[in-house]
Write a protein that binds this ligand. Sequence first.
Ligand code: FAD
Length: 457
Amino acid sequence: SVSVVLFTSDLRLHDHPPLHAALAAADEVVPLFVRDRAVEAAGFATPNRTAFLADCLADLDASLRERGGRLVVRSGDLVAQVCGVAAEADADEVHLAAAHSAFATRREDLLRRALAADGRRLLVHDAVTVAVPPGEVTPAGSDHFAVFTPYHRRWTQAGPRAPLAAPRRVPVPDGVQGERLPAREDVTGVSPALPAGGESEGRKRVTAYWRTGLDAYDDTRDDLAADATSRLSAHLHFGTLSPVELVQRARRHGGPGAEALVRQLAWRDFHRQVLAARPAVARADYRTKGDRWRTGRAARADVEAWREGRTGYPVIDAAMRQLRHEGWMHNRARLLTASFLAKTLYVDWRIGAEHFLYWLVDGDIANNQLNWQWVAGTGTDTRPNRVLNPIAQARRYDPDGGYVRRWVPELAGLADRFVHEPWKLPGAERAALDYPEPMIDLAEGVDRFRRGRDRGK
Ligand code: FAD
């Protein structure tokens, strides 16, 4: 017998429940990836993520070949392609990881129905792209947690399950043909310093980080210049690493650094369970404050300056430039730039979230939209009125200005006391600097945010 394993956001062989189940039930499997036209039409297949995906598929194919198999890639309508491949292979079953966004769950339903019409079964596996699946822990009287701390407590008690080993052999039937694999070189508009994708790369990164970074994670994770976080987010987004396995490996390693990292992985699951229960929050406010976001020409010009990293606030500009250059931004910088747009400039969080989603290689509906909402005060944050001050934050999280100097070369030569406030330089030195004045007075920004919020009440 033959089964199809449809890979989506789980592009790996280690700890892969759908593949494991398919190999246990069938003699041969067809490992399939479909480049879904609908994902491309929705604008989600941006250059950075398309390039990273190409690496992931090439690596998955190579790992399957080492095990006697290969990856079959098709493109077009996902449901039609999967049904076509299942028919060509005469497969009884299709295995798939559970999805959590509105788009993916709708697609899953359509696929289930189309396969059933041909007499085939769709088997959906939980805890593949998350450590603890949405809905597994819930508070009394609700289908999801809206507050992280009690969620985290229950999440910690819940699991996760034990990880599965990578299969030794993956026998694939001869008949089913795929397309040429996409190549990173074919993609244009990619960030110059985009990291490499793929399971092998991800596993190397884990090994290296566990050796050199994990123990200090708790102390260094907010230090912008140290750049000492795990940088595993894109691997988690594409599923080249298993969150279940990461939690297990971190717990086995132990200590405060590992514990803090596991807590961040719980945040990832937390946002997933909110999105799974309230799929509309990909665009709609989770909690409406009645904000009257600024619109019009002045707001549009402000957004442009923010996007391009010329706000006149060095730490904000550094972060926005890092985003374009690497397709990634440090978490503390994401918090600062998002607060600057949604609160100081008082522009709709959706506009900022869209820009992030375009550039981020880890760009993820649950993590991006819900973190933006958290910062904008429309989400699950319990302190919706807090506004982060970019100067105070820069002094605290980039005390020596290393982060600003790295990304804003115009300011690289400034003394520490001016690097976050170049407008304080003596006249002639200030005039010689090719760097904009601050685009807004911070106190005015806070006032406008409070007025807008109060009017909306
Ligand atoms: P580490 O600090 O090493 O954390 C390890 C892992 O934990 C991360 O890879 C990530 O999977 C998870 N994690 C860490 N922080 C968070 C968090 N706050 N929420 C959810 N999961 C978390 N993360 C994304 O993966 N995709 C996004 O599109 C995204 N958009 C964001 C937008 C805003 C406005 C903010 C404030 C945060 C966003 N994050 C997003 C969360 C976080 O910034 C990134 O996951 C993190 O910076 C990735 O770097 P890292 O892998 O080195 O993280």
